[in-house]
Design a protein around this ligand. Sequence first.
Ligand SMILES: O=C(O)C(=O)C[C@]1(C(=O)O)C=C[C@@H](O)C=C1
Length: 294
Amino acid sequence: MTTGKMEVAVLGPLGTYTHEAAFKFFGSEVVYNEQDSIADVCGALSSSVPFGIIPQENSIFGTVVETYDILRNTGPNFVRGEIVLKINHCLIVKKGVKLHQIRKVMSHEQALGQCMDFLADKLPEAVSVKTKSTAAAARELLDSPSDCAAICSGICAELFPGLEILFTSIQNERSNFTRFHAIAYSRQASLPHFLTIDYEMKALLRITPCSKSSLECPTDIIAFLLDQNIIIGRIDRRPFVDSVPFSSVYFMEIRASDLHDRSSHRFQAWSQEVESIASKLGTTSRQTHVIGIW
Ligand SMILES: O=C(O)C(=O)C[C@]1(C(=O)O)C=C[C@@H](O)C=C1
C-alpha cells in the first residue's frame, strides 16, 4: 500500500540516531526508508526517495569518515540541510545480564569511539566489535550469548523487547552532539515547504586534483574566499584514490558573513554567489565542485 508520502532514506534499523535526527527534521510527514549503511542511504536516493540523512561529525569523536569518503564521489547527490542531535549513549544488555559477565561490546565505530573512556574503565577486557549501526548492534544482541552488550540509544531498549539499559550517558563527555546532513538525490530537489529551517546559509565545496596530478593544500582558495568576505567554517581532507599516491581531496564548508535572513530571495542570492565563486576557483590542475548549498 502506498501512503503518497515522501520517502527519506536513513541508516537502519529503526532506533538509530540517524533515524532520530531524520524524525527531528522531517517529522511524521514522511516515510522512513531504512538502509544498511551510509553508502546505501546515498545509493537509495532517487526521484521516489528524494532525501536521505547521513551523519557528518560528532563533537567528541570527530568526522564521520565514511560520509566524507562517499562525498568524494557524490554524483548528482547534493547536500540541502543540516540537523544537530544530542547523543546520549547507553550500554544495553539482555535482561538480567550483569556488568561482570560482559566480554563483547558491539556498536557503530563512532559510538565505540565516543565511549572509549567508559570501555577502558568498566570493561577493559571486553572485545569491541563494529556493527553497521548502533541499532543494528541492539538487534544483534537478541540472538547473541549473554556475555554481549551493545552501545546505542536508550530507545533501542524499548524497540527490542528482552533488552534493558545497564548504564546511561556513557560517552566520554556529557555534552555530545552529532551533526547530520540532509542530502538530496539531485541539486534540483528543494526541501519540502513544511520544514522549519533555523540554521545559517552554508555551502560545501569539493576540491579535487585533475587526473594524474597531485593537489597541495589550496591556500590560494582560502585567501580568495577571505577576500570575498566568505567565512570558512571547516576544511576536511581525505585521500584522493584515483590520483597519484598521497594526493588529496579537500572539502570546504563556507558561509557568507552577512546572510542570516533565509528568505527565498536571499537564498537564491547566496546560491548564485556560491556558483560564481566556484567557477572562479578551478585551475588546470584542480576542479572545484559545489556539492551542497543549504
Ligand atoms: O549508528 C547509528 O545509530 C547512527 O545513526 C550512526 C552514527 C554515526 O555514524 O555517527 C550517528 C550518530 C552517533 O554519532 C553514532 C553513530
